[in-house]
Design a protein around this ligand. Structure first.
Ligand code: IYR
Length: 247
């Protein structure tokens, strides 16, 4: 009986090895040494706490002029830079702006596009969808929030800076890194707003980035103004049932 079980075990492990080892061959690796296993109860508590933390993240459109130390922004960008990416090519570049003259340039260029957008380019359906958020073409916070972070995506690159190989899943990778940046900024105690003026090419020039990079998004980060508000419309989050299926 035991011999039979050993035989079955050896056949099974041969099959499993056949399935898995070819993929894992011939690459340098180190053992996973920084994984932390928590007791199940603690995992449940941690996941609930994190959800509660994220429920307090809101897009804010009234920023204080209070300054924020650069080291916080640096840590958040480093956190975003840990995001998974296609072939680990990390196809992103973050430009963090605190200089008043540069932020003023961004404000002027963005508002010029926004005026055209709100004056008709958006179309009625889009304008109506934005009404409950109370947005308009005025973006004063672009000049007076302490930090603007422009995220650029790179079609060409590689795992080392300066390489010019093909990058993979660029949009997905940069989207994940941007989400992680927003999460890191929130977790640090700052508020943010995502801004995607169309077109965003003016950011390439102002930020001095090469033409083969594409502006992906602009994040405004800082303290909220004392009278900052959250549109009720934005508090309407879909329920678990609506956003998920467990099968
Ligand atoms: N970029 C414009 C319009 C805008 C579009 C969407 I979709 C929003 O969720 C919010 C705003 C602006 O910033 O006003």
């Amino acid at each position: 009986m035991i011999i039979r079980m050993l035989h079955i075990y050896s056949v099974l492990s041969k099959i499993t090895n056949k399935l898995y080892t070819p993929l894992m061959k011939n690459h340098a690796s180190t053992s996973l040494s920084d994984f932390i296993e928590y007791p199940i109860d603690e995992m449940i508590a941690r996941s609930a706490e994190f959800y509660a933390t994220m429920q307090r993240r809101h897009s804010i459109r009234q920023f204080s002029e209070r300054s924020v130390p650069q080291s916080i922004i640096e840590n958040c960008i480093k956190a975003a830079g840990t995001a998974p990416s296609g072939a680990n090519h990390q196809p992103w570049h973050f430009v963090a702006m605190q200089d008043d003259a540069i932020k003023q340039q961004v404000r002027e260029a963005a508002e010029a596009h926004e005026h055209a957008f709100y004056a008709g380019r958006a179309g009625d359906e889009w304008i109506n969808a934005l009404k409950p958020l109370g947005t308009d073409a005025q973006k004063p916070y672009l000049a007076h929030a302490p930090w603007l972070i422009a995220i650029f995506s790179q079609k060409k690159g590689g795992v080392k800076a300066g390489e010019k190989h093909t990058n993979y899943y660029v949009h997905e990778s940069v989207g994940i890194a941007t989400g992680m940046l927003i999460t890191a900024l929130h977790q640090s105690g700052l508020v943010t707003l995502t801004h995607t003026p169309k077109p965003m090419s003016f950011l390439t020039k102002i930020c001095g980035r090469p033409e083969d990079e594409r502006p992906y998004m602009l994040i405004i980060a800082g303290y909220p103004a004392e009278d900052a508000t959250v549109p009720e419309h934005a508090l309407n989050k879909k329920s678990l049932d609506q956003i998920s299926t467990f099968i």
